[in-house]
Ligand binder design. Structure first.
Ligand code: PGA
Length: 252
């Protein structure tokens, strides 16, 4: 059985006081969710404070990105070992907003993924097609390329540190969720790619999350599908009650 994951991507929201208030609101609402890997991903500057609040709880801390070098003359970057030092257990890599606005490529995603896993972080490895790509019928080619490129050189023994997040770009922050069928179809394809690149065992064990306008109203249908193991959530993760509702739906 794959343990479901509900991860909240707070993006560029929440000052430290707001972040502390949010996570303090979430904690008492999710204490019963013993069978869900719960993750919150605030901005870098509040990681340390959120880490103190969640210490000893069932909520895990993630960053939204990291660099591949451990240290050096790389102004503005942050390394996996610094994220561990700030209390992170997870990191999001390759989010479509980073690919779209900050020049992230399959090659940089690959370097970051390998460095983060080597340092001992779990990676929320994001992939997904744009609207143009879906409409031109190239969704599966894009996913295939992103998986092969992003995971190049990652040995099967490291896959336990990787969680795939399938996020169709056209569904992120738009209120347009992929239908349960569209999401399941993409997830099954992704699982098939992992099987082809690695093994049936690796593919069976891999958690594949859906992301893109997930909310309490649509989580049940998504998570009931055989290849959907949880969600990476933006907007609905910014309020304690809606995030907790997603966690508790995944627990069922
Ligand atoms: P959304 O964002 O839930 O606001 O669509 C998802 C994401 O970008 O991870």
């Amino acid at each position: 059985m794959r343990k479901p994951v509900i991860a909240g991507n707070w993006k560029l929201f929440k000052t430290s006081a707001e972040a502390v208030e949010l996570v303090k609101g979430i904690l008492p609402l999710v204490t019963g969710a013993t069978n869900v890997e719960i993750v919150v991903a605030p901005v870098f500057t509040v990681l340390d404070r959120v880490s103190s609040v969640i210490s000893g709880s069932n909520v895990n801390l993630s960053a939204q990105d990291c660099f591949w070098e451990a240290e050096g003359a790389f102004t503005g970057e942050i390394s996996p070992k610094m994220l561990l030092d700030a209390g992170c257990s997870h990191v999001i890599i390759g989010h479509s907003e980073r690919r779209q606005y900050f020049g992230e490529t399959d090659e940089t995603v690959n370097k970051k993924t390998k460095a983060a896993v080597a340092a001992g972080l779990k990676v929320l490895f994001c992939i997904g097609e744009t609207l143009d790509e879906r409409e031109s019928g190239s969704t599966f080619d894009v996913l295939k390329r992103q998986i092969a490129g992003g995971l190049a050189g990652v040995p099967e023994s490291d896959l336990c540190s990787i969680i795939v997040a399938y996020e169709p770009v056209w569904a992120i922050g738009t209120g347009k969720t992929a239908s349960d069928d569209q999401a399941q179809e993409a997830h099954a394809f992704i699982r098939g790619e992992i099987k082809g690149l690695y093994s049936a065992a690796a593919s069976d064990a891999m958690r594949v999350l859906y992301g893109g306008s997930v909310k309490p109203e649509n989580i049940a249908g998504l998570i009931s599908r055989p290849d959907i193991d949880g969600a990476l959530v933006g907007g609905a993760s910014l309020k304690a009650d809606s995030f907790a509702a997603l966690v508790n739906a995944a627990q069922k």
